[in-house]
Design a binder for this molecule. Sequence first.
Ligand SMILES: O=C(O)CCC(=O)C(=O)O
Ligand SMILES: [Fe+2]
Length: 638
Amino acid sequence: MATPRERLAELLGTGSTASFSAHLQTPAHFLHLEVADVGRVSLPVRAPQAKKLIAAARPAKFGRGTQTLTDQSVRDTWEITPSQVTLGGPGWQALLEKVLEHVRDELGLPRSRALRAELHSMLVYGKGQFFLPHQDSEKHDAMLGTLVVSLPSAHTGGELVIEQANESRTYRASREELSFVAFYADCRHQVTPVRSGHRLTLTFNLLADAETPTQVTGPVEELATCLSEHFSRPAAERSSHRQLPPPKRLVYLLDHEYTQRGLGWDRLKGADAGRAALLRAAADQAGCQAVLALAEVRETWEAWPVDEDPWNDYDGYDGVEDEEAEGDGATESNYELNDLIDDEITLAWWTAPDGTGGERISLPVPDSEVCASTASRDLTPYESEFEGYMGNYGNTLDRWYRRAAIVLWPREQAFAARAEAGSQWTLDELRSRIDAEDLAGARAAADSIASFWISADVHSELLGPALNAAVGLRSADRAVMLLSPFQVEMLTPDHATQLAAAAQQYGEPWLRSILSGWLPSRHPGAGPEFGTWVEDLPRLGSALRESGVPQAAGMLVAYVWDWLNARLNACTAIADPAQRQPRLALAQPPTATAAPSGGPRRDTPRRDTGRTARIPGRGAGVPAAHPPRRNRNVSAGT
Ligand SMILES: O=C(O)CCC(=O)C(=O)O
Ligand SMILES: [Fe+2]
């Protein structure tokens, strides 16, 4: 029998007619086009005028990461800037509006979303020119996709090929008419080489204004029932079918890709927009709260190469460069997926319930809290890796996806549901309850996270808000609980005033227990960060003294000294010098700094041994097991 979350995903999966691209052709006489230094462009465009346009153009650039590049092996076309172009003519505006309405309907956006088109460039492709597969970067918060208007002209080749998930569509421009193609910003697309003649396009950024809320129609009641059942019935573990307490959250994965900036309730694409509206209406009925999130998904499949020659699979994956990104797609489809061996979903970012703001988090979610109307395997992974048969394991295909999600929880558990991600929001929320003089509310909220807060994924930036809330709670035990997940390396001179306020409020024994709890004996395996922190201890010490907590400075030095002493003693107890020496060397720079005299530091050259042990960090949002080696997408037009 289907679980409530499977029923919910099925209900949301039906009835959408959204498409990832839309196409329309209209007579050309509506458009009057003028280009500076060329004059009126007559449609269809003939070769002599195309050549004049090329003379007024410059080679087009494209964006990769933060750079803007010209590389004719990726993008070879001529570009005319919007300032050189004047668009007009009887009925051009009216025509464009009609086209945008058609596009809005085809792309599955609600009628309440008005689309606008903003000219981005005019492009001229001569023989042999092209643009390799890429995704357009979202240049505005409101940008949803791209509209390409192909001008009529005689040419062969130069097709616009648009892909999404496992589908691909090819559009050829007309010789006589204007041809409009619109697509979402997360679609990969390319322009194949022009074989003869000239291809001319006007590209527009497709912008959507914020939606005015309208009445939602659809299976809201049924969805609300699914939500209530999901949150009241025991969760079942996939592997063991063991019964667990009811799930804390529901993570519904969306279909389109979004950037952190582009993620907002009124900026959702295609089928996602309607589904989100339904789910929010159902959440309201079922007493749930919903936020938008970005998730990292990794799936490991048992897979078989379908290529005849098994050796092809070994060179196919990593040898190709960004510029040949279309080769990856071909290689990826050369595997037949058998069973799903393992999957892992981590929420990496989420917004406030109203869709604004946003914060980086790292929250793994169990399978029993996840559902989707479109399975990840039907989408295009941003990275994949095949491992051939290795004797006792192998023939596995790992695939990584970035998917947006709607995350829901019962309203009364909202605080705890968010807090588990170690979120800044949690601490700000505590503080705002305190500031609103709802001390009882703030304390109840703090109590609701007490069982798991110690293992929250905190970082240095959260210590300030945590100290702030800890002071405001006016409860020594709750303050200890709130500060317990932190480590001494996260304490910087910037926290001195707040630590002083806490010490004043709760007294010296309290301060002593907080500081000792943050020290490495309670956090085994003090790493290179601890060494770096010890080196900076003098600065922290002065800040603490200036803020009126000299005792904290004294305690820290004493603790660090004791800790080092124990470490040195342990080292000197090792009889074999070959084993002893490297361990002693590791303790050296902190010893030098923490020594009360500070003596050795002045005449000993600073040895940065802390840094030699550092493991190179991974980029944000990159899965831990197999960091992707490169970014496959060229992001264009920035
Ligand atoms: O010329 C076209 O059809 C599309 C060009 C394109 O993909 C771009 O400018 O980003
Ligand atoms: Fe593009």
